[in-house]
Each structure stands twice: as C-alpha cells, then as structure tokens.
Write a protein that binds this ligand. Structure first.
Ligand SMILES: Cc1cc2nc3c(=O)[nH]c(=O)nc-3n(C[C@H](O)[C@H](O)[C@H](O)COP(=O)(O)OP(=O)(O)OC[C@H]3O[C@@H](n4cnc5c(N)ncnc54)[C@H](O)[C@@H]3O)c2cc1C
Length: 269
C-alpha cells in the first residue's frame, strides 16, 4: 500500500524540566575498524520531569523521529541561564523523544555518552552521565512532526548509534510484518536497547569506523537494489552529517523524492 509522509509544524514552546531519573541501558567498548582508536560509549535513558504541574501541557510527538532541543547547565548540573524572554542561553542538543506522558509530566530521551566514567565528552553527554538528579534542563520543541501514514510495501532503515532511538520508534510504528532492509552502524547490543528487528527485515550490522563515520552506511545503501516500485519504498537514513549528500543521490537514482524520505545529519564529526 502507498504511504504518505506529512510534515506538521508546531508552535514553539519552552519548558522547564528537571532530571528525574537516569538508567544506563547498554555499553559498547572496543576498537574501531581502523585499529587505532579505542572507545567507550554507553546509552543512558534520562527521564526529564516537569518542574511544575502542567509544564508539558500541549506536548505531542507523534512522528517516529520527532525530537526536542535541550539546554542544560554544567555537566555537574548547574543552572540554565535564561534571557529576558525566558529563552535559555547556551548550546542546545537535539534528542529524539523516546516516550512521554503529559498527565504525569515526564519525557524520556536516550542519550549516547562518549568517554570513560568521569571523563565523558560533550554537553548533553557529560550531563547525562554526571548531573545529579534534580538538575534543571530546558526543553524546546518539537518544532514539528514528520508523520508516516499507511503501510509502505518495503522499507530501508539505516542509522548509526545516534539514530538508534529513532530507528526503534520507527520499527515500533511499522509493525512486525514489515519487509526490507535494516542497516545499522553500531557496536551496541540491539536487544539491550530494546530493538527487536522484525523477521522480514534483512539486518546488516556494520562496524563503525571513527575516521569515516557513516561511510559504511553509505556503501551499504549504495549497494542495495533499486525498488521495483519507488512509491512503495520508505527510506530513513540518519547518521553523521556526511551521510546526507550521498543518500540523496541514492534516492534520486531510485526515483524517490527526498520529501518522501527522512535523511538527516544527526551530528558532525
Ligand atoms: C533530529 C536529531 C535527533 C537526534 N537524536 C538523538 C538521540 O536520540 N540520542 C542521541 O544520543 N543523539 C541524538 N542526536 C544527536 C545529538 O543532537 C548530539 O549530537 C549528541 O547527543 C552529542 O551531543 P554531546 O553534547 O554529547 O556531544 P558534542 O558536544 O556534540 O560532541 C562531543 C564530541 O563527540 C563527538 N560525537 C558526537 N556525536 C557522536 C557520535 N554519534 N559518534 C561519535 N562521535 C560523536 C563530536 O564530534 C565531538 O567530538 C540527534 C540529532 C538530531 C539532529
């Protein structure tokens, strides 16, 4: 059956939250394929709770890849400075909405944390690992939602570690009878992240290469056969920024309008 992908803009909202709970879901350690760089990473699920009743009123995130921007204070959980309009100062990081409950006043995000314990890198990564429970954070968005309706005849879902939360949501929405290809550039154990690939998806696990992130995803996508009916193939391909241009070329070669696909750079090397 054909599918539609509709982009719905939302009114911007700024919400004050606090770190309510942290759960380490999975760790991945090892050498990259280039044999030079050892890495330690883990995925932490953060429950962000409303700082006052009603703070999440009106919040929705119906699309598989719907995401919010989060501003935090220091890694040790300092305050978030607001400007005169109540907007947070400081760098934001974009995270996929994993789950939420407006009535109970919480939202879950899964954050990929790089670096060994006590030396975690990044803004949200270090905060996700070290900030004390109760630390403040400010959430903006979602700015909009990309909603997939109908059942694509087949899918190509491709993502790196940072895209695993969105991949999990899409798989949940697509259902167990979906067919196609699932390409993941990851060292994480999928089950510990709650990812259960449907039997009809041909799964390829690709080894991350720190020197060329997402390059394995691009090669694997380029090697896939063109669809028999371009209108029936839904493509999600997200990873490091360098994934975007070559995947757009693949879509063009397959006759798929980029507006009917989700192709995004989730981070920049
Ligand atoms: C639409 C969208 C949805 C996203 N959803 C998620 C999500 O659900 N969970 C999630 O963890 N991230 C997600 N990201 C990526 C996220 O925005 C941040 O890039 C990520 O959380 C890293 O932020 P940081 O502050 O920890 O590190 P940064 O300060 O941004 O970077 C610190 C260092 O780590 C490197 N780095 C950053 N990301 C990676 C990576 N994936 N692999 C290897 N090195 C990296 C950087 O190059 C830099 O050297 C999403 C991005 C977008 C655009």
């Amino acid at each position: 059956m054909p599918y539609t992908l509709t982009r719905h803009p939302f009114t911007p909202a700024v919400r004050q939250l606090r770190l309510g709970a942290r759960t380490v879901l999975a760790s991945a350690e090892g050498e990259y394929r280039d044999g030079r760089t050892a890495s330690t990473e883990h995925y932490a699920r953060l429950r962000l709770v409303a700082s006052r009743p009603g703070e999440l009123a009106g919040f929705i995130a119906p699309g598989g890849g719907d995401h919010v921007r989060i501003v935090v204070g220091s890694a040790e959980g300092g305050p978030v400075v607001l400007d005169d309009d109540g907007h947070p100062r400081g760098e934001s990081r974009t995270e996929t909405v994993v789950a939420h409950d407006v009535t109970e006043g919480w939202i879950d995000v899964d954050v990929l944390v790089h670096g060994a314990a006590g030396a975690e890198a990044g803004v949200i990564g270090a905060w996700a690992a070290r900030a004390p429970l109760g630390s403040p954070g400010v959430m903006m968005g979602p700015k909009g939602s990309v909603v997939l309706d109908g059942s694509p005849g087949e899918v190509v879902i491709a993502g790196d570690d940072s895209a695993l939360p969105a991949v999990r949501r899409y798989l949940g929405m697509l259902g167990s009878s979906i067919t196609g290809h699932l390409l993941l550039e990851t060292r994480f154990d999928l089950a510990s992240l709650g990812i259960e690939p449907p039997a009809g998806l041909r799964l390829s696990i690709l080894n991350p290469d720190a020197a060329h992130p997402s390059a394995a995803l691009v090669s694997a996508l380029q090697a896939l056969p063109a669809p028999t009916d371009a209108a029936e193939r839904f493509v999600f391909a997200c990873g490091e920024q360098s994934i975007v241009a070559p995947v757009r070329q693949v879509l063009a070669a397959w006759g798929i309008d980029v507006e009917r696909a989700v192709v995004k750079g989730y981070w920049k090397r």
